[in-house]
Design a protein. Structure first.
Lengths: 130, 504
């Protein structure tokens, strides 16, 4: 059975794009529209990889990433952050949350800035889960 | 015991008087001639001298002169006989304190001695008083000097400019702070110039008024003025002034000047850095928004290429829709930016408002249907051809309807049947009312409060935070109004009223 990849993005175009890249490379895509939905799907479906956007209405990727990394059953799932904001900004927001009393969490496995090339995305996924 | 010098050439008188004085408690130094008496005086310095007037050699008058010369405070009592009247008067002139007549009576002597002692005491007291007075005077002077030094230093070292005038308006105090502000050395103005020559008219007028009104003038509130100093440049200052009184009399005036250039500079810097921060934020948000569009375009072309490679019409169509949509997003962004940044006068043209609104509905219906959202129309058939700015109406409605669609997409309540309804209505006074309502996610109070804040967006990376701002700007430019009703979880309604002119 092919590996399953959950993509969480509120922009339907980007979801379609990522989904198509995944299908073309013989993965099974799962699509969520925001952090809340993404977290629920991650728990229900236990995907092999999560591709996560950062700025989304409702629950943002900043929060969702922390929850993924603090949940025993989800902690081991590799995460690619795919976002329009710079990696530096994302890491700083994580540091800020840590300073406010949350526990420190590891950096994401891979950070990709939009716009991403389909080939780069496919290779990154391959490198992480084969 | 008090010393007394007793001088007499007659042995008997000397010894009897000495006895009498001793019994009155005096320490008697006896001398039998004027010469001996003076030697004893120099040696013992007695405060009282009792001397016979007529003596061979140095007589009483000569003794008196020498004693007074040596110690003016010493009291000299002369012992006189009949016929010494002239000499006695001379003696008074030389400062003798009293006379006793020969033969010296006990009572007369006592009275003379008491008077001499009283004089001594008085003189002593007077000296003490004088000394005290001098001391007090000195202390007071020192205190005054200290205070004036202190005030001098206070005035001199004050960062504020202090300019004081006398009652005629002539400048008497001009501290270094004032020199710096007015760019004039004190030597050129103190006691030389009147305030009218120094101050710019707007400050001088205040002083003139103050002198004229006197007591009836309240305190002069702090005012900001700019002082032009020719080649030295302009300087913004804050100033206040007051009259100086001695009792009820005006004795002068004083003005206080604070240099505001540093504060102004900091203010400007702050505004500038704030503006830069705002520009930075704007650019970051725009860059992010554009990155999303680019990703959409990239995704679209990727899928178009896949479709071409595989001869898959379905993919081709799907990719093409994405490309078209994102090209649309870019042109919409550019139009919003232009509308936001530019003053624009409405261009009244003949148009059918209902048709304009229908265009907008058709444009967004595809996206709405993709997300299972119905677009309902309710157009007032009474609305005929009118003159208004159709581009503006289009832009406003496009923003509002696409917001309404987004509000439905963002709403996570899947039990709802999402609907956007667009309504037009003719109102009294040449007004057309446009309602755009949705049953989507609605807004919190916080979001409502920040609705028209530049670059505020709840759409994550997919909003520019410009749309509603542009709507508001366009509506106001068209002399219209905008009202909002919204409830979190239930949906929002935007009501725009725009005036129109009758078609020609």
């Amino acid at each position: 059975m092919s590996k399953r990849v959950l993509t969480v993005d509120d922009d339907p175009d980007i979801s379609i794009f990522v989904k198509t890249v995944l299908e073309e490379n013989e993965y099974t895509p799962l699509v969520a529209r925001n952090g809340e939905e993404g977290l629920a799907m991650a728990r229900d479906e236990a995907p092999d990889l999560i591709i996560l956007d950062v700025l989304m209405p409702k629950q943002s990727g900043i929060r969702m990433y922390r929850e993924l990394r603090s949940d025993e059953s989800l902690k081991k799932i590799p995460v690619i952050i795919l976002s329009g904001i710079a990696k530096r900004t994302f890491l700083r927001s994580q540091e800020a949350l840590t300073e406010f009393g949350d526990q420190a969490i590891p950096e994401p496995d891979v950070y990709l800035e939009k716009p991403v090339e389909p080939l780069e995305l496919a290779e990154t996924v391959k490198k992480l889960i084969g | 015991m008090k010393k007394i010098l007793l001088i007499d050439d007659e042995e008997d008188t000397l010894s009897s008087l000495a006895r009498s004085l001793k019994s009155n408690g005096y320490d008697v130094i006896a001398a039998s001639s004027g010469e001996m008496g003076l030697v004893a005086f120099e040696k013992e310095s007695p405060p009282i001298v009792l001397t016979d007037l007529s003596m061979p050699g140095l007589d009483g008058l000569a003794v008196l002169k020498r004693v007074k010369n040596s110690n003016p405070d010493a009291e000299v009592i002369l012992i006189t006989s009949h016929g010494d009247m002239d000499s006695a008067i001379d003696a008074l002139r030389y400062g003798a304190s009293d006379f006793v007549k020969k033969p010296v009576g006990e009572m007369d002597l006592k009275i003379a001695l008491r008077r001499a002692e009283e004089k001594l005491l008085m003189r002593e007291k007077l000296r003490e008083y004088t000394l005290d007075l001098e001391n007090m005077c000195y202390i007071a002077m020192e205190e005054v000097k200290r205070k004036s030094d202190f005030q001098d230093k206070l005035i001199t070292s004050s960062n504020d400019g202090i300019v004081a005038t006398d009652e005629k308006g002539i400048i008497v105090i001009f501290n270094p702070g004032a020199e710096a502000i007015f760019g004039v050395p004190r030597i050129e103005v103190v006691r030389k110039a009147s305030f009218t020559a120094l101050f710019p008219p707007e400050i001088a007028d205040v002083f003139t008024l103050m002198f004229k009104k006197g007591k009836h003038m309240g305190d002069v509130e702090w005012k900001e003025v700019v002082i032009h100093r020719g080649d030295n440049g302009d300087i913004p200052v804050r100033f206040s002034a007051t009259l100086l009184y001695d009792g009820d009399d005006i004795i002068g005036s004083v003005g206080f000047f604070q240099d505001l250039s540093e504060i102004k500079r900091l203010e400007q810097e702050l505004v500038k850095s704030e503006r830069l921060a705002a520009i930075g934020q704007t650019i970051a948000r725009l860059a992010h928004y554009i990155k999303n569009i680019l990703t959409g375009l990239k995704g679209g072309t990727y899928i178009v290429n896949l479709g071409l490679d595989k001869n898959d019409i379905d993919k081709l169509r799907k990719g093409w829709v994405m490309v078209e949509k994102n090209v649309g997003r870019i042109s919409s962004l550019v139009l919003d930016l232009l509308a936001y940044s530019r003053e624009r006068k409405p261009e009244y043209r003949e148009c059918h408002p209902n048709d304009v609104v229908e265009d907008v509905c058709e444009l967004l219906e595809g996206m709405a249907m993709e997300n299972q959202i119905r677009v309902a129309r309710d157009f007032d058939p009474q609305i005929k051809e009118v003159a208004m700015d159709p581009d503006m109406v289009h832009r406003v409605l496009l923003n509002l309807v696409s917001n309404a669609v987004d509000a439905c997409i963002f709403d996570l309540d899947s039990t709802k049947e999402h609907e956007v309804s667009v309504k037009t209505q003719l109102e009294e006074g040449n007004i057309i009312r446009f309602d755009v309502a949705d049953n989507g996610c609605g807004m919190t109070e916080e979001v409502k409060n920040r609705l028209f804040t530049a670059f505020f967006s709840t759409k994550g990376g997919k909003g520019t935070g410009l749309g509603l701002l542009v709507v508001q700007k366009l509506v106001y430019e068209h002399d219209g109004s905008i009202d909002i009703r919204s409830e979190e979880g239930k949906g929002s309604t935007f009501i725009v009223r725009l005036p129109y002119r009758d078609a020609a």
